[in-house]
Write a protein that binds this ligand. Structure first.
Ligand SMILES: Cc1cc2nc3c(=O)[nH]c(=O)nc-3n(C[C@H](O)[C@H](O)[C@H](O)COP(=O)(O)OP(=O)(O)OC[C@H]3O[C@@H](n4cnc5c(N)ncnc54)[C@H](O)[C@@H]3O)c2cc1C
Length: 618
């Protein structure tokens, strides 16, 4: 176990919290809740997101109260009146923030808008982790990371500069020091190539395990796998490239949506099922987080068909990932949320002013720490003149009245909170499965243990997690503009939960139960052991690890099953039902409606949803 700045800070934070609770006269029950929260959340880092790493204990419990319909049993007199707004947006992720911005712009700031977000900070999956390692600042994305230079002439090409993201590509940390430069990617996604490794653990019969550097370049010669698996894996790079479907909805895209991704991988690359499950699941399927056997094959193509970008410029990443996009939208909505001009540097380095988020009189307000329990028209949806939105905040229930609502919080709460959903929409939401994911940010004092192997990333096939990578961070943020093997960095570990062979609902439920029932300490132990197994003796956890933040996402990825995109049995896909048909004064947003886990979908869905409510109720 690392000596731990993490551990010390974590324990101190717990003691401090318990201490102040004692001073404040907290009951034993409250104290117990506090310590359970600390065991779950663990260390949160420093800065704006120190109390908002992933889905926190408090947010998760409020979420489960929604699921259990706790709000339905509350008497009207116990709900405080919190005023009236022209638009209420549920969810302060990129989609909810973008909805508020589109609305404010479309109505020239003359209409009022309130965003209700359950976490302590806006951003949703687009938040970041900040560490102070021996006086040096390092950052990582909590989840949403990659930014894609938009095609000229698209809505996104206008949108980003309009919120102060004035560049399509960024400058990244420069190499420094006497060591030979090693190429390091600028996103935490596993890229493959000469500076990658695959680690084969004990189940491959080579205890304690074997690290194979540049596995493909060395033709897997040192990999302890059988000839068939070797042949299949090597054959993947020479398989003819599959042409993308020409457009969304053509015969090929529909064919892909009718089969599983596992089937498509087997057909396309002549792979056996066993090879897919052992080596490609759950990483295949990009942002879907679950076994390829449960996913629609089209999930692997949809983003490129619907959201092409300037591929030649390469994927980009702001410091801490798309937290940057969320911060820029928030700053455009409420200029003094982050003081100073809306430049990339300033928005990345400045601090969120919580007192600016929710002031009376400003056209757009963001209320954090508020979980929406109920969204209900004050009459029949077609004829009602308002919608009542009930939310809990700091232990109390409040009601705001809205002329219209955009529900941008995601399918897992939307299906419970919108009270007047017709059967068509209930059926649609029942077809949404969001799989869990744990993103672990491990701050290390140096990364010699990777550099000395000539690698910056590693994949593995057993134990905890699937891959780890370090990144070269965009230099306009709060980090040092230089990198070397002796400077602190963050390792981003992607931990997915896939159980190929089990039905989709079972895979999702089992993964979530595992994610939510495992303590911070236990994850710390397992992650430390995994890194030690792969990189010791060069890696010494006590010496090298400076901090660990767990970002638990109970409902991370929309895992689109076959039929998600174009429907089955002549019925439209579930996302289409929700996208095309607002219910009375309530329209729906969030990236999950498209089946594409991508912040660009969040923005575009927000644009559509706001147009829908304004067309009807301007
Ligand atoms: C691990 C991971 C990595 C990813 N990487 C990338 C990437 O590299 N690039 C990319 O473009 N996309 C990526 N994504 C996709 C990501 O979904 C989008 O980028 C985007 O951040 C989603 O924004 P959203 O607003 O649609 O949803 P969310 O970010 O989920 O926002 C919804 C918000 O509403 C809140 N909420 C829900 N219900 C309620 C309620 N009842 N009351 C109040 N608040 C509520 C939620 O807690 C959340 O904060 C990734 C996703 C995951 C899970």
């Amino acid at each position: 176990m690392p000596a731990a700045f993490t551990r010390r800070d974590f324990l101190n934070a717990t003691l401090l919290a318990s201490g102040s609770a004692l001073l404040g006269g907290a009951s034993p029950r409250e104290l117990l809740a506090l310590s359970r929260a600390a065991e779950f959340d663990g260390y949160g880092g420093v800065g704006d997101y120190a109390h908002a790493n992933g889905n926190t204990w408090a947010v998760m419990n409020e979420g489960h109260r929604i699921r259990d319909h706790a709000g339905d049993r509350v008497a009207a007199r116990d709900v405080a009146d919190a005023g009236t707004f022209d638009l209420v947006v549920v969810g302060g992720g990129i989609s909810g923030l973008a909805a508020a911005l589109f609305f404010t712009r479309d109505t020239a700031g003359r209409r009022s808008c309130l965003v209700l977000e359950d976490h302590d900070v806006f951003g949703g999956l687009a938040r970041r982790n900040d560490f102070d390692v021996d006086g040096q600042h390092v950052v990582a994305a909590q989840a949403s990371a990659m930014f894609f230079p938009p095609l000229p002439g698209t809505l996104l090409a206008d949108f980003y500069p309009s919120i102060g993201i004035a560049a399509e590509t960024f400058e990244y940390q420069r190499w420094t020091g006497p060591t030979r430069e090693l190429p390091v990617g600028n996103t935490p996604y596993f890229e493959g190539g000469p500076t990658s490794a695959w680690y084969f653990g004990p189940s491959f019969g080579v205890p304690p395990g074997r690290l194979v550097v540049d596995p493909m370049g060395t033709k897997l010669a040192a990999a302890p796998i059988d000839d068939q698996a070797r042949r299949e894996l090597l054959g993947m790079s020479s398989a003819p490239k599959r042409a993308l479907p020409k457009e969304h909805g053509d015969a090929e895209s529909r064919r892909l949506d009718s089969i599983t991704l596992e089937q498509d991988l087997m057909d396309r690359f002549a792979l056996s099922r066993e090879t897919v499950r052992r080596f490609l699941s759950p990483v295949a399927g990009g942002g879907s987080g679950i076994g390829a056997d449960a996913l629609s094959a089209y999930a692997d193509y949809a983003a490129d068909v619907l959201l092409p970008w300037q591929y030649d410029k390469g994927a980009q990443m702001m410091p801490g990932g798309n937290a940057g996009v969320a911060r820029h939208i928030a700053k455009t909505l409420i200029p003094d949320v982050i003081p100073g001009p809306p430049t990339l540097e300033n928005v990345s380095r400045g601090h969120v002013r919580h007192d600016a988020l929710d002031r009376t009189g400003q056209p757009a307000r963001i209320r954090t720490g508020g979980t929406v329990f109920s969204v209900a028209h004050n009459g029949r949806p077609e004829s009602a003149d308002a919608v009542d939105v009930v939310y809990s905040r700091r232990g109390k229930l409040h009601r705001v009245r809205a002329r219209a609502v955009v529900v941008a919080g995601g399918s897992w709460t939307a299906r419970h909170i919108v009270k007047d959903l017709p059967a068509s929409h209930q059926e649609a939401y029942a077809q949404f499965y969001r799989s869990p994911c744990l993103v672990a940010s491990v701050a290390v004092r140096n990364w010699r243990f990777l550099y000395d192997h000539g690698i910056h990333e590693c994949r593995w096939f057993e134990g905890i997690g699937s891959y780890v990578a370090i990144t070269r961070v965009a230099s306009f943020g709060p980090v040092s503009p230089t990198i070397s093997p002796d400077t602190p960095v963050v390792l981003t570990l992607k931990i997915l939960f896939s159980y190929p062979g089990e039905p989709l609902a079972a895979q999702v439920a089992r993964g979530r139960a595992e994610l939510l029932s495992t303590s911070y300490r236990e994850y710390e132990r397992r992650i430390t052991e995994q890194l030690t197994a792969m990189f010791a003796p060069r890696f010494d956890a006590r010496r090298d690890m400076a901090g660990l933040i767990l970002n638990r996402w109970g409902h991370a990825y929309l895992s689109a099953q076959p039929g998600f995109f174009f429907g089955t049995g002549g019925r439209p896909g579930p996302g289409e039902v929700l996208r095309q048909s607002p219910v009375g004064r309530v329209a729906f947003a969030n990236s999950d409606l498209t089946g594409i886990m991508d912040h660009r979908a969040s923005i575009l869905e927000a644009r559509r949803a706001v147009s829908q409510v304004l067309e009807r109720y301007r």
